[in-house]
Write a protein that binds this ligand. Sequence first.
Ligand SMILES: [Zn+2]
Length: 304
Amino acid sequence: MNVLRVVPACVLLAGLLAVSAQGADKIRVVTTTTDLKALTEAVGGGLVEVDALARGNQNPHDLEVRPSLMVKVRRADVLVLNGLELDQWADVVVQGANNPKVIPGAPGRVDASAGILVLEVPTTRVDRSMGDVHPVGNPHYSLDPGLAPAVTANILEGLVRVAPEYRAMFERNRAEFLGRLEPALRGWSATLAPFKGAPVVVYHAQWAYLLARFGLTQVGTVEERPGIQPAPGHVAKLIQLMKDEKVKVVIVEPWSDYKLAERITQEAGGQVVLLATGVGAVKGAETYLDAVDYNVKTLAKALK
Ligand SMILES: [Zn+2]
């Protein structure tokens, strides 16, 4: 009887070990944002286990650095950063994590913005002491699906640096993802084509890449400068501008001051539209393609 009872226990234990070994074999990736998590999963497929430090509905500009974030980075084989100073707080996390695999210059560190043509680069010197959170240009490129090929290429190179034996699989996964992205992109362009040149106001300058991709025009921002709440004079000017330009849409983020945005549209006309600032930011934006789809359809509906 004893033998019979021991055997199943051994089998069970062996099974558990196999499961944990499988998990341990995966390349552990930490990304700062949920968009980068989704794009890393698209390239890494079953070979990676990905965790994002910021949640989709959190403002990635100012994430509170907590010990739990350092614990995640301590175990990481690869760290994927947005760069362009969006996720500068990650430097503090990396220092606290004490993980040589992802320190600056290490093979496991990926700057997903490499090679991106940066929009809204300031023409005068801007630094953070002025409060501007876009001192080196607009960092929100991941919202433009047309840049996903470049971003996934950067991620692929990073994964290959730590696991060169899987290059062919990463390339196949990426090609499969881009194969789904391309027809979707044609569809989104067609959906927004009737609104080419339409004027749009945004709360935070988050949407430059998305708007440029689909030919919409940002005519103003609620914030005076990126990250800086407006003074009354700025709001009054914006309301006048919206009336003059017949702006139909004020795009807000989950952490925007909704009341202010609504007051502006009450005076100036148009409507407040909440878009997905990243994967998981709003319901219906659970994958990268779904998040873009949500934004395109919501914009098209509001611009009608
Ligand atoms: Zn920003």
